[in-house]
Ligand binder design. Sequence first.
Ligand code: ATP
Ligand code: MG
Length: 353
Amino acid sequence: MSIRSDSAPPASVDGATLMSVRDLSVVYRVGNRLVRALSNVSFDVMPGRALALIGESGSGKSTLGSALTRLLPRTAEITSGSITFNGKEGRVQLLDLSSEELRRFRWRDCAVVSQMAMNAFNPVMTIQDHFEDTAAAHGLRDKAKIHDKAYELMETVHLDAKRVLPSYPHQLSGGMRQRVLIALSLLLSPELVILDEPTTALDALSQRAIIKLLRRLRQQLGLTMIFISHDLSLAAELADDVATMYAGQIVEYTDVFSLFDKPKHPYSVGLIGAIPDLSADGASLVSIPGSPPDLVSLPSGCRFHPRCPLSDDKCERELPLLVETEPGQKVACFHWKDAQTLKGSDAFEGRNS
Ligand SMILES: Nc1ncnc2c1ncn2[C@@H]1O[C@H](COP(=O)(O)OP(=O)(O)OP(=O)(O)O)[C@@H](O)[C@H]1O
Ligand SMILES: [Mg+2]
């Protein structure tokens, strides 16, 4: 895995943020049980930067991505927090918007490419119809202009416009649909694009093309992006900053180089140690033992303590807060200084069964 060398310069912590999330909590109600999918999440997204949300399945990445544009299902409830968007139209408090204001906010200011590309399409509409429909919903009705823009965006995502625009969604592969969604998300030139598992549905070559494309789009359009991914190599290639999520919380937030060079949270150390290295024989690959906690009944103290090689009594009792260790770097661990001495491959070895 390689980390590119052209990431944006380090974030100015005092500079204007594009999006500020404070103390955001989300629960899902399942029968009479509460699934605590997000707990007191706070972070900033700086303009022009790319933030990756990483973490195991169920850590709350998609819930966070959906909450940021209030696209959560009906069973979900935002129980605390604020989301401020500081875009070209001025400052907006997302939790105060009416449904009409939210509809305008999505696509124009902030577009989401969902994890479920299939579900986002209407099966009885062609891809061209989707472009026209989205444009019409935002007051753009010049069909020739929309067609030209759709054509251009198809080329940008390496799809054959002549073939794809008149097609119905079921006539395209999952990978092609994902690329159409990326193109569609750019139709109204949003300032922020949230991409949930943008390359998961694609074969390796298409993945490379999409990564290259997204990097080019960022440079050309000055887009700010949030990527959600299981795949740390995607974070390494695309992100400037990385937020590591565990059991509904951000446990580390740092620039991508610091994360891979000196991860400060034992969980980040474990995630990096679990990346397959094609050049190695696999012997050094160590998974994190155990599994994430049940979000209905969370452990006391640090949520990672039952799996952590550094945990002690304090970790069992007290929840560590996300604190700044140096400008632009935050970690929620009492033992982050010791975590830096852990090596991904042997940190969890004694705990692997
Ligand atoms: N509609 C829902 N109803 C109830 N619980 C849900 C719902 N959607 C998600 N959850 C639960 O919320 C938690 C967070 O889920 P989420 O989908 O945000 O995780 P994720 O990090 O995106 O996982 P993945 O990597 O598998 O996509 C999980 O425990 C999940 O089971
Ligand atoms: Mg998800």
